[in-house]
Design a protein around this ligand. Structure first.
Ligand code: ZN
Length: 193
C-alpha cells in the first residue's frame, strides 16, 4: 500500500527524543524489499553513512540545521551508495537549502517540529513548498519534494497543490483502525488533489 518506508532516526541530541538506528533498520531490511528512506535527526548525520547503507538504507536525508554546508556529506553519502536529500525545519527559510539543491535527490520540508509524532500540520510551510517547487522547476532539477508532519487526508492534498510529490504519514496510518485502508485513502486524496 506504500511506495517507501520513512525511518525517523533520532539521537536524543539534535532532537529531544531517541528512536532507533542501524540494528532496527537491518532487522526491517530482512523482512522488506521496500525503498528505505532514512530521515536522520542527528547531530553528526554523516558519521554513519556506510553503516546505514550496509543496514539497508536506500536514501538518507539530513537537516540543513545540522550540516549548514552539506557538500562533503552529500559526497560521502554517494560514496556509500546512498541517495541523498536535505531536510528543512519549519522555521528555517528555503534560502538555507537553495544553494545545495543540485546535490539532492529529495528535499524534505518539515511541516511540524522534528522529534515527535502526532503533531498538527503547520500551514505556513506551504509557502516554502511553493518556493521549493518553483526553484526545482526553474532550475530544471530532478528533486522530489517531500513533506513530513501532520499529513492527513485533509493536509496531503494541500501539500500536493503547493508542489509536494512525496508524502510521509505516521499517525494517519498507524493510528487508524485499518492501516492499509488508511494508506489507500491518503493515496486517493492525493491523486484527486
Ligand atoms: Zn521524518
Amino acid at each position: 500500500h506504500v511506495d517507501s518506508l520513512h525511518l525517523d532516526v533520532m539521537d536524543g541530541h539534535f532532537v529531544p527524543n531517541i528512536s532507533f538506528g542501524m540494528p532496527v533498520i537491518a532487522a526491517l531490511r530482512k523482512v522488506s524489499d521496500l525503498h528505505f528512506d532514512c530521515h536522520l535527526m542527528t547531530t553528526n548525520p554523516d558519521a554513519y553513512l556506510p553503516q546505514l547503507a550496509e543496514a539497508g538504507a536506500d536514501l538518507v536525508t539530513m537537516h540543513i540545521e545540522a550540516v549548514p554546508d552539506p557538500t562533503r556529506a552529500a559526497q560521502k553519502a554517494r560514496q556509500a551508495g546512498l541517495d541523498f536529500g536535505l531536510v528543512i525545519n519549519p522555521n528555517t527559510p528555503f534560502g538555507a537549502v537553495a544553494p545545495f539543491m543540485e546535490l539532492c535527490d529529495l528535499l524534505l520540508i518539515m511541516s511540524v517540529e522534528p522529534g515527535f509524532g502526532s503533531q498538527a500540520f503547520i500551514p505556513e510551510v506551504l509557502d516554502k513548498v511553493r518556493a521549493a517547487r518553483e526553484w526545482v522547476e526553474s532550475n530544471d532539477l530532478a528533486v522530489d519534494i517531500q513533506i513530513d508532519g501532520g499529513i492527513t487526508t485533509d493536509t496531503a492534498p494541500k501539500a500536493r497543490a503547493a508542489g509536494a510529490n512525496v508524502f510521509v504519514a505516521g499517525t494517519a496510518i498507524f493510528g487508524a483502525p485499518d492501516p492499509p485502508a488508511a494508506a489507500e485513502e491518503l493515496r486517493t486524496a492525493i491523486e484527486n488533489a
